[in-house]
Write a protein that binds this ligand. Structure first.
Ligand code: CO
Length: 197
């Protein structure tokens, strides 16, 4: 890196000024920078199992607060992925333990759309669909977070996006739920949900 871009690390050590916050899954096949082809310094990252954005999770909230309030990121991308093991586990019988507890919001999401999932072909179709709905749900959760609402109220330029990555072909797809104003959030998420179900 230093050979191709002399002074790269010197500049990076002085400050970080990323415009993007990536909220993604911890899955080893979904590395943030590599997927969007961005250099160190360009994307602030939060990852957890199944990219859950829970308003009781101090870790995720602190990351969002710092990213929005201090780093002034312009975009927050919630990035799920197909074949997500966390989403898969939420489709299976409850076994207990920390991971299962963590996945409770996804289990609840599945329950909420039970009527749809009961008519959905089994196997990977159901799994993939829940991965997509989970992105919508967590992006909606970001759009409802106090720190995001306050940034919008201050008139800041901040957009929330929902993307999904396929570990099978390396392609990243936009789920088209970009929201940049509080008043459009419900329409965007409900409209897209109706298309996906
Ligand atoms: Co995953």
């Amino acid at each position: 890196m230093e050979h191709d871009h002399p002074g790269f690390f010197g500049r990076l050590a002085a400050q970080q000024a990323p415009e993007l916050l990536w909220i993604g899954c911890s899955d080893s096949r979904v590395p943030a920078n590599q997927i969007v082809d961005l250099l160190p310094g360009e994307v602030f990252v939060h990852r957890n199992i199944a990219n859950v954005v829970d308003h009781a999770d101090r870790n995720c909230l602190a990351v969002m607060q710092y990213a929005v309030g201090e780093l002034r990121v312009k975009h927050i991308m919630v990035v799920g992925h197909y074949r997500c093991g966390g989403v898969r586990a939420a489709l299976e019988p409850y076994r207990g333990g920390l991971v299962d507890d963590w996945l409770a919001p996804i289990r609840a999401l599945h329950q909420r759309h039970r009527a749809f999932f009961d008519t959905c072909p089994g196997g990977s179709a159901r799994w993939d669909k829940l991965c997509e709905l989970n992105v919508l749900e967590q992006a909606r959760s970001v759009s409802q977070a106090t720190v995001v609402r306050e940034a919008w109220a201050r008139g800041e330029n901040l957009a929330v996006h929902g993307w999904i990555y396929s570990v099978a072909d390396g392609l990243l797809r936009d789920l088209e739920v970009t929201v940049a104003k509080p008043e459009e959030a419900n329409t965007v998420f409900e409209g897209r949900l109706a298309q996906l179900l």
